[in-house]
Design a protein around this ligand. Structure first.
Ligand SMILES: [Zn+2]
Ligand SMILES: [Zn+2]
Ligand SMILES: [Zn+2]
Length: 149
């Protein structure tokens, strides 16, 4: 696949002349190709940064709406959802209040909430041997980050 792409790019370079600027390959939210000049890996600087932070560069954005009412900024992977939101959707079939309980673990800015008391604290250990300080999903022992869906 990579080989085919590079051959296509090579042919494009030959047909357009090596000096012709290559356009960024990212697709914008409107569904049109980005008009900026590709700088790195076929992306313009902005889309290169988006690509490397896991954000969508092909127009496919997770359709989940966060608590603050804005669209989830992650890349749609399955059924129009990012990996995490897809898992939540699936789990919500087992526990119909699951989505609401997960939302209750985030503040209005989409930041995970810290547990206000020990009883509601996530029981997962963190990398540095400490215990996670985040609020566990109601009725479960883990926060949304550590939860095994
Ligand atoms: Zn771009
Ligand atoms: Zn999402
Ligand atoms: Zn946790």
């Amino acid at each position: 696949m990579k080989k085919v792409l590079s051959i296509i790019l090579m042919l494009m370079c030959i047909s357009f002349g090596a000096s012709a600027a290559v356009k960024c390959k990212a697709i914008t939210q409107k569904g049109t190709q980005c008009t900026r000049v590709a700088k790195k890996d076929g992306y313009c600087t902005q889309h290169y940064n988006m690509h490397h932070s896991g954000k969508p560069t092909n127009g496919a954005q997770c359709k989940a709406i966060t608590k603050s009412g804005s669209r989830c900024s992650r890349k749609a992977v399955t059924d129009g959802f990012c990996t995490q939101h897809y898992k939540i959707e699936q789990f919500n079939k087992k526990d119909p209040n699951f989505k609401k309980k997960v939302e209750a673990c985030y503040d209005a800015n989409g930041k995970p909430l810290k547990a206000s008391k020990d009883a509601e604290r996530c029981q997962s250990p963190t990398k540095d041997g400490d215990r996670c300080k985040l609020k566990a999903i109601e009725g479960y022992t883990s926060c949304p980050v550590h939860f095994k869906y």
